[in-house]
Structure formats: structure tokens, C-alpha cells
Design a protein around this ligand. Structure first.
Ligand code: BDP
Length: 332
């Protein structure tokens, strides 16, 4: 499905989901929430979201229940972001990458090489900048309850190892739905195709695209490694993920329930970050054992230099991003 089709389908859907959202708010004090998650059983996010659902039921004595729908069965990520925003779904585990189209401030974490590493990203998101980004999200209907990890994304493809920007030239690369990522690939001389996560395997297999970029766990859990045998450790993006709740739903809760829900999300994030570290190693081991050709990139400076254009365009589109980047850089 092209992005354009998915957008027009989406507008038709909104009329319906808007009515449903109203009906669910109007119904009763018993909250029965539905949650969206893109990942399969056993993936750190899936396990952690299920834990959150268990905690909610237990701590609320059954007055708040969360039914999780995994593996993207309720739709693509851009659609699900809209559904939570409008209240047709209450909760979602979202990557902040595609959220940039809806909440421009979140684009700051999608800027290539903006974080110094995973620990830096945690410190930034758990601090003042995380609060600021969170406030912008909440104002658009997506209140973040906790931040999950999504590791570092690197390039993989079916053609050749990537060691320098010239290796990306002419390559057809799938990206998440955000213009910023299109610019990122174009700055390296490649051709970017925004596409739903669920379509990537088939698209690499049939040559619609040559490759994509993702962290070890997603490269493995989707079986992309079976059709893209070169993984090059560019680590160009470290994008956090949220557990987000519809702002209206959250604000409709008592202060006590808001705390209960936040606590459950934060406990699930602690679990997710721990599971993440384990899964990253296990996934890497699994794909390497399956024969994936892996290379480190000793000199990332040429990639970073090529990203200047991405920063300049991002600042021109949204001047608010520059002070945010400076705040991120000021965090140790
Ligand atoms: C994974 C993220 C997921 C994204 C996916 C993608 O966890 O939210 O949808 O990448 O590339 O790492 O679409």
C-alpha cells in the first residue's frame, strides 16, 4: 500500500473511530483499554507490554484492563499513532520515528547521530528534554507514560557491505514513514522508500528495495536477515520509543489512577530495557550463525558529515529543533 492510499483510507476511518471513541468515553467507569504493538510474541516490547497489562489489572483490582494486540494486527504504525491520538485505541508502544509527522518536536530524536550512545539517550529522555518532548506529544493527544529502548539502527541489504557513504549510492532503501528519513538516505546518495514494517520482508525478497535499516532484534525477528545478508554497523539512529496513552483518557483518570498507570508503564520500561540488552545480543548471535556478513564501520565521520544537510533541512522546517539539539548535546 502506498503512503497516499493509506492516508486517504485513514481519513475515512477517522469518521468511524471518532464516533467509537465518543461511545467508549460515554459508556462507564470500568476502563477496558486496547493497546497496539507492532512486535511478535517474545520480543522485549511485547513481553513488557503484557507485563504492564498484568500490573494494571492487578493494581487496579480489575477496574482498568488493557487488552494488548500484538504483531501490528490493528494496523500500521502511522495509522495506530492516529488511532491513539484520536482515542479509538487507548494505548500504543510507538517508535518516535514515524511520530515526527504528527508531533514535529519528536523529530529531534530522529536526527542521525544525535545521541552519543544508548546510555546518553536514556539520560536525555529520562530528564528535562524528555519532559519537553513529552509535553509536545501530550498536547497532540499522545501522552507518554514511559520510554522504551529501540537500540541503534544500522543498514542492511542484499547487495554489499556498507563501509562508506558511496556504498549507499543508488541503493533502494526502505525507511520508516517520515520525510526526515527520506532526506537521510538521499544525503547518502540512495533512493528512499517509506513503507510499512510488515511489507519490508517481501519487498527485499522481490527486489522492490535492496535493503533497510534497523536494530539487531528487529532485523532478526522479522526474518529480514534471510533476504538481506549484509549488516553494516552504522548505528546512525538511536530512536527511543514510548508507551503512549490517549491524552483525554489519561486526563479523565483520578490522580490515583494516573499514578497507578504511570507506575505500571515505568516498571514495564525497566523490564523492557533489560530484556532489550539480552535480546540484542541473542539476535546478533542468531543472524551471524545463520551466515549474515557483518562489518563494523571504523570511520563514521563521512556519514556524520553527510548528515549536515539533514540537520539544516530539519532546522529550516522547524526552528524549535535547534535549541533542543543543543540541550541534548549539553547532557553528559
Ligand atoms: C522497529 C521499531 C518499530 C518500527 C520498526 C520499523 O520497534 O516500532 O515500526 O522498527 O522499522 O525497530 O518500522
Amino acid at each position: 500500500m502506498t503512503q497516499r492510499n493509506s492516508f486517504s483510507r485513514r481519513s475515512a476511518m477517522f469518521a468511524v473511530v471518532g464516533a467509537l471513541a465518543f461511545a467508549s468515553v460515554a459508556s462507564s467507569a470500568q476502563a477496558e483499554w486496547r493497546g497496539w504493538n507492532i512486535h511478535i510474541e517474545g520480543y522485549p516490547n511485547t513481553v513488557a507490554m503484557d507485563s504492564m497489562a498484568d500490573m494494571l489489572a492487578e493494581k487496579s483490582g480489575g477496574s482498568i484492563t488493557l487488552k494488548m494486540f500484538h504483531a501490528g494486527v490493528l494496523g500500521s504504525q502511522p495509522d495506530a499513532i492516529e488511532q491513539v491520538r484520536l482515542g479509538a485505541l487507548e494505548i500504543g508502544n510507538f517508535n518516535l520515528g514515524p511520530m515526527g509527522q504528527v508531533v514535529p518536536e519528536t523529530n529531534v530524536v530522529s536526527l542521525p547521530f544525535v545521541f552519543k550512545g544508548m546510555e546518553h539517550m536514556y539520560r536525555v529522555m529520562d530528564g528535562e528534554v524528555g519532559e519537553e518532548i513529552g509535553a509536545a506529544m501530550a498536547a497532540k493527544g499522545l501522552t507518554p507514560l514511559a520510554w522504551y529502548s529501540s537500540g541503534a539502527r544500522s543498514f542492511y541489504n542484499s547487495k554489499r557491505p556498507i563501509t562508506q557513504p558511496a556504498d549507499v549510492e543508488g541503493m533502494k532503501v526502505r525507511v520508516m514513514n517520515n520525510d526526515l528519513f527520506v532526506g537521510m538516505i538521499e544525503s547518502l546518495g540512495g533512493n528512499a522508500t517509506p513503507m510499512a514494517f510488515s511489507e519490508v520482508f517481501q519487498s527485499i525478497k522481490t527486489g522492490v528495495v535492496d535493503g533497510a535499516e534497523n536494530n539487531w532484534p528487529s532485523f532478526e525477528s522479522t526474518s529480514h536477515f534471510e533476504v538481506a545478508g549484509f549488516y553494516s554497523l552504522s548505528q546512525h539512529l538511536i530512536i527511543p520509543e514510548c508507551v503512549c496513552i490517549n491524552t483525554g483518557v489519561f486526563e479523565g483518570l483520578s490522580a490515583e489512577d494516573q499514578k497507578l498507570v504511570k507506575d505500571a508503564a515505568r516498571a514495564s520500561a525497566e523490564e523492557q530495557r533489560k530484556l532489550w540488552d539480552e535480546r540484542a545480543v541473542a539476535s546478533r548471535d542468531k543472524v551471524l550463525a545463520a551466515g549474515v556478513k557483518f562489518n563494523e564501520i571504523s570511520d563514521k565521520a563521512p556519514f556524520q558529515a553527510a548528515m549536515q544537510a539533514v540537520y539544516e533541512k530539519a532546522y529550516a522546517d522547524n526552528p524549535a529543533l535547534k535549541p533542543l539539539v543543543e540541550k541534548i548535546q549539553a547532557v553528559d
